[in-house]
Design a protein around this ligand. Structure first.
Ligand code: HEC
Length: 141
């Protein structure tokens, strides 16, 4: 094989490994942050009684086992997870937009499953609306 071709192939290989590694590397401090574009997405489903009630039913079915009745991350399965579920009842949750929560519920992150297939968009927004009722709303939000 020609020497320059060999060199180019080796360089391409190293570049490929670099890209794979960068995509796999956890983000700073292992914080789970939704991409800005997803976070800007507005919630199209009004947080009315009907949607909150629908979200609650889904939450109790699919989220409670890990996140617990009040969202504190103390559901019956929580102890067996390699990572603690977040505290959905913390006022800090209001630092994240509805779009960011929607994105996290859509995509999940191990051990949290993805709900992209399991729930429709409207169901995921309804769950966001319900989750919002678990944390006290700070003034001005
Ligand atoms: C198998 C357990 C499990 C199930 C089921 C589960 N989660 Fe999670 N969830 C987790 C874990 C663990 C994390 C923390 C993930 C991380 O930080 O990497 C998390 C994180 C989250 C977060 C981000 C919290 C934050 O502080 O940013 C939200 C929101 C959330 N879950 C909502 C839900 C909702 C809503 C459902 C049901 C539709 C659900 N989860 C189902 C385990 C679970």
């Amino acid at each position: 094989m020609r020497r320059w071709l060999y060199g180019a192939l080796v360089l391409a290989g190293i570049g490929g490994i670099g890209i794979l590694w960068a995509e796999d590397a956890p983000s700073a401090g292992d914080q789970w942050t939704a991409p800005a574009r997803a976070a800007r997405k507005a919630n199209p489903v009004p947080a009315d009684e009907k949607s909150i009630a629908a979200g609650k039913v889904l939450y109790l079915q699919e989220c409670r086992a890990c996140h617990g009745d009040a969202g504190k991350g103390d559901g019956p399965s929580a102890a067996t997870l390699e990572k603690k579920p977040g505290d959905l009842s913390s006022p800090k949750l209001w630092e994240q937009s509805d779009g960011a929560l929607f994105w996290k519920i859509t995509n999940g992150r191990k051990p949290m499953p993805t709900f992209e297939q399991k729930f429709t968009d409207e169901q995921r927004w309804a769950v966001v609306n319900y989750v919002r009722t678990l944390a006290p709303r700070p003034a001005g939000k």
